[in-house]
Design a protein around this ligand. Structure first.
Ligand code: 173
Length: 316
């Protein structure tokens, strides 16, 4: 009897405590971005319910690890979890940037084999587990400070990431890749005439102060996700892994949030004096079709097998 008491009172809590895992997470997006605040809230929730099982330690944003190095840091296990978009780790594998071409939702991809395929590729080529997509239903746009009346960017210098490269180049833009954290200064100094960016989150970084026009329509579908070092993921105690999967899925399950958020952000841009440049219906259709065509052509060229396989589950 005494032994049982000793075991349950002292040893069991010690043992369960010994099982608690702490994971280190870095963000490729600047800490003052709303994306990151939302993720920090998610971490707080994970930590509250995960005592004795799993804790996440938020290390910081690009000051800790530069935006375009986060993917490598996850791949090699320098950090455990990265909060990033695929465009920021094409230095790990070209496939990272293909998820912008998603027309099916993350929920649909969980059902149609897309999520499993993504995880096969991410494991094989990046040593990563794709935990969850937490931004979607969000088009990208071209923002410019010089008025254009057709999809022709001749003579304009546009800030890009791999998301926009081929599409903007096809419109004759001269392009410059930068992390989000460098865009404000580039605008302020007149180094760039515009940039690619989602419909939302301009205000987080004060870009509205330096932005005159948004070009409509939007194109592609922004993808931001939590990716984890695969060895670390596999090595988690089963209970911790199941808990992490459950919490990541719950975060992904909130993605409808972006639909109303984006409507509000569109209005907020208009209220801030950002004018829209809208093409006529035929030009708009050609613009969006061209983005898609260039995106897939490039994907299949960069990764013939996985590009084609992903197209089946991502495109509609
Ligand atoms: O423009 C960017 O920095 C970019 O590629 C991106 C991707 C997803 C969400 C936000 C930005």
């Amino acid at each position: 009897m005494k032994r049982v008491l000793f075991l349950s009172l002292f040893l069991a809590p010690l043992l369960s405590h010994a099982q608690e895992v702490t994971l280190r997470l870095v963000s490729a997006f600047p800490e003052n971005q709303f994306y990151v605040k939302r993720t920090v809230d998610w971490i707080a929730d994970v930590n509250k319910d995960g005592k004795g099982v799993l804790q996440i330690n938020f290390i910081g944003g690009p000051k800790a690890i530069p935006t375009f190095e986060v993917g490598k840091a996850v791949q090699t296990g320098v950090v455990d979890i990265g909060f990033s978009t695929g465009a920021f780790y094409t230095n790990v594998m070209p496939e990272a940037d293909f998820l912008k071409l998603s027309e099916t939702s993350a929920a649909e991809q969980r059902r149609n084999g897309g999520y499993d395929l993504i995880n096969k590729i991410w494991a094989e080529k990046a040593n990563m587990r794709y935990l969850a997509k937490v931004v979607e239903f969000t088009p990208f746009h071209l923002y410019v400070n010089k008025k254009i009346d057709k999809p022709d960017l001749t003579g304009l210098k546009i800030r890009i990431t791999p998301v926009y490269r081929e599409f903007f180049q096809a419109m004759n833009a001269s392009v410059m890749t930068t992390a989000p954290g460098e865009v404000y200064t580039a605008l302020e100094r007149g180094v760039i005439d515009g940039y690619g960016w989602p419909i939302h989150a301009l205000f987080d970084l004060n870009w509205h102060e330096k932005t005159k026009f948004r070009v409509d329509p939007g194109f592609y579908n922004a993808e931001v996700s939590l990716v984890m070092n695969l060895d670390k993921y596999k090595g988690l105690p089963a209970k911790a892994r199941e808990y992490l999967d459950k919490k990541a899925l719950a975060y992904e399950g909130q993605n409808d949030f972006w639909k109303t958020y984006n409507q509000n952000e569109t209005k907020r841009q208009a209220d801030a004096g950002i004018q829209t440049i809208a093409f006529d219906a035929a030009t708009s259709k050609a613009f969006v079709d061209k983005a898609k065509e260039i995106g897939w052509a490039n994907a299949i060229k960069a990764s013939p097998t996985y590009g084609a396989q992903l197209q089946k589950v991502l495109a509609k």
